[in-house]
Design a binder for this molecule. Structure first.
Ligand SMILES: Cc1cc2nc3c(=O)[nH]c(=O)nc-3n(C[C@H](O)[C@H](O)[C@H](O)COP(=O)(O)OP(=O)(O)OC[C@H]3O[C@@H](n4cnc5c(N)ncnc54)[C@H](O)[C@@H]3O)c2cc1C
Length: 475
């Protein structure tokens, strides 16, 4: 991490972050509109002026796609927003998304000289500001030079952040790119998982429209492994990138998982987001109105489920077996959930979903835990407290404890080496798999991770695919 060295320019230190205004918790708990309003130009410039413009910026080293952060902040400081967004777009094709959902405190902002004082420059908010500023200009599509066509064809499987990054990078290099997406809409988790109040869907649609304007073709409702196999797609494409994500939910091995009212986070959030259940009856997706909901897990997915259930009028509980400081969710989302009234049941381990006698869940049996010695992850491991069992009365239980890759592509693709957890094995630096002409990246390789890591993997794979396609010209 960068420290204040003689190399760091002398500038007045300002440890006061400019706050971003939000809907009040009472109001936003009743609607699905975006929680945070974003910076005004004046606020963005004030926040940008806090940057010390370090000679060795720790923020850049911590960014998986290596955005030239001090350069775009300097542009904001000078009021040149067009230049700021141009700098970001050199490295990031989804800035309005990452500015909203990246775990900045662990990444760019974690590398800021002010991080130790809890006052890092609000890099994520500034990125979001520029992306939103760009969207409000008369010409909404970023101007792109049309490259000379290479005649090479690439298939991208999955329209999530990894696939969209590969598509954006390769189309700009002149290759013909077709994205094959299983769902009827493109965006992956950004469209079916993360709720509207955290990431408005019009933002994802806009980024997809930008890619279409650049020439990327999208084929939706196309399930690779069923509609066509990878081998069959290889007959008409020079290369394939697999970015099919991790959409297979995990459940705990406890009794009662088959009861009505027990959901995976994927099912619950897909009904709500992709199928707009929260606008029923305006749309045809009914969603049961639950009174008390227990969400098992402590990550972003768990926060999204609990905050969605709360907005639908339920008393929403997060049931997590460790304590607050071990919660893996973004801090901002934990604070938002707390403000909105989500109840956190820490040090609590579910042991069964309880039947009401008519195959509906009526409770979640739990046991209290205490923290023992650190485990392999470095976090203190939870240990059961004897005699602490109880039943929490609930009419819905939502599992948000993780996902692994869907087995369809591995099962239908010979020569693809698959890891223990069902993930596709691929080289870290290039995304190259064991199968010739096939690359992979994002959650399908790493297991459930983050948007920016999926994008970073897509960037590396696109670079290597381009290098490979170039070798074909020299053959
Ligand atoms: C509810 C939720 C909240 C999250 N919140 C955050 C957050 O705040 N910050 C953050 O950084 N990360 C967050 N994440 C994680 C992040 O969204 C993922 O790490 C990221 O989306 C992975 O990108 P990907 O492109 O690898 O996969 P995905 O986004 O999963 O996209 C994969 C796409 O492939 C398609 N597909 C799958 N199989 C096939 C097939 N056989 N044929 C064709 N298409 C196929 C899928 O339909 C999907 O559209 C969250 C995840 C969830 C579920």
């Amino acid at each position: 991490m960068e420290s204040s060295t003689p190399e760091t320019p002398k500038k007045k230190v300002n440890l006061q972050r400019v706050e971003m205004s939000k809907q009040s918790p009472e109001v936003r708990g009743q609607n699905f509109d975006e929680v945070a309003f974003g910076y005004t130009p004046e606020e963005a410039m004030a926040e940008a002026s806090r940057c010390l413009d370090c000679k060795k910026p720790g923020c850049v080293g911590n960014c998986p796609v290596e955005i030239s952060i001090p350069d775009f902040i300097r542009a904001i400081n000078a009021g040149d927003f067009a230049e700021g967004i141009r700098i970001i777009r050199e490295k990031n094709c989804l800035p309005a998304v990452t500015g909203r959902v990246c775990p900045q405190e662990e990444q760019c902002e974690g590398g800021c000289v002010f991080a130790k004082k809890g006052a890092s420059v609000a890099i994520g908010r500034l990125e979001r500001f520029l992306a939103d500023w760009e969207a409000n200009q008369v010409s909404t599509s970023p101007s792109v030079k049309k490259p000379r066509p290479t005649g090479r064809k690439v298939a991208v499987i999955g329209g999530g952040p990894a696939g969209l990054t590969v598509a954006g990078d390769l189309i700009q290099l002149g290759h013909q790119v077709t994205v094959y997406e299983a769902l009827h809409k493109v965006g992956g988790v950004l469209i079916y998982g993360i709720p509207e109040f955290r990431l408005p869907k019009k933002i994802v649609r806009r980024e997809v429209e930008n890619l279409k304007a650049m020439g990327v073709e999208f084929v939706t409702s196309f399930v690779v492994g069923k509609t066509r196999t990878i081998d069959s797609l290889l007959e008409e494409h020079d290369a394939i990138f697999v970015g099919s994500g991790a959409g297979l939910p995990w459940f705990m091995d406890i009794p009662g998982n088959n009861l009505n009212g027990v959901y995976s986070a994927n099912e619950y959030l897909t009904r709500m987001n992709l199928m707009k259940g929260y606008t029923f009856p305006a749309v045809q997706t009914p969603i049961k109105q639950h009174k008390r909901v227990a969400v098992i897990g402590g990550g972003n997915v768990a926060m999204d489920c609990a905050r969605t259930a709360l907005r639908l009028g339920a008393e929403a509980h997060i049931v997590y077996r460790r304590s607050r400081s071990e919660l893996p969710a973004r801090l901002e989302e934990v604070e938002n959930a707390e403000e909105e009234g989500v109840i956190f049941d820490f040090l609590t381990l579910p042991t069964a979903c309880v039947d009401d006698g008519h195959a509906w869940v009526k409770g979640l049996a739990c046991q209290k835990m205490e923290l023992g010695e650190p485990d392999a992850s470095g976090r203190r491991s939870p240990i059961p407290v004897p005699g602490s069992d109880y039943v929490m009365p609930v009419d819905a239980v939502i599992y948000a404890i993780g996902n692994s890759p869907n087995p369809l592509i591995p099962a239908t693709t010979p020569d693809l080496v698959i890891g223990k957890k069902g993930n596709i094995s691929a080289e870290d630096a290039t995304g190259k798999t064991s199968k010739a002409r096939v690359w992979a990246g994002g959650d399908v390789v790493t297991g459930a991770a983050t948007v920016i890591l999926a994008m970073g993997a897509g960037r590396k794979a696109a670079r290597d695919i381009h290098r490979y396609l170039h070798t074909l010209d020299n053959d």
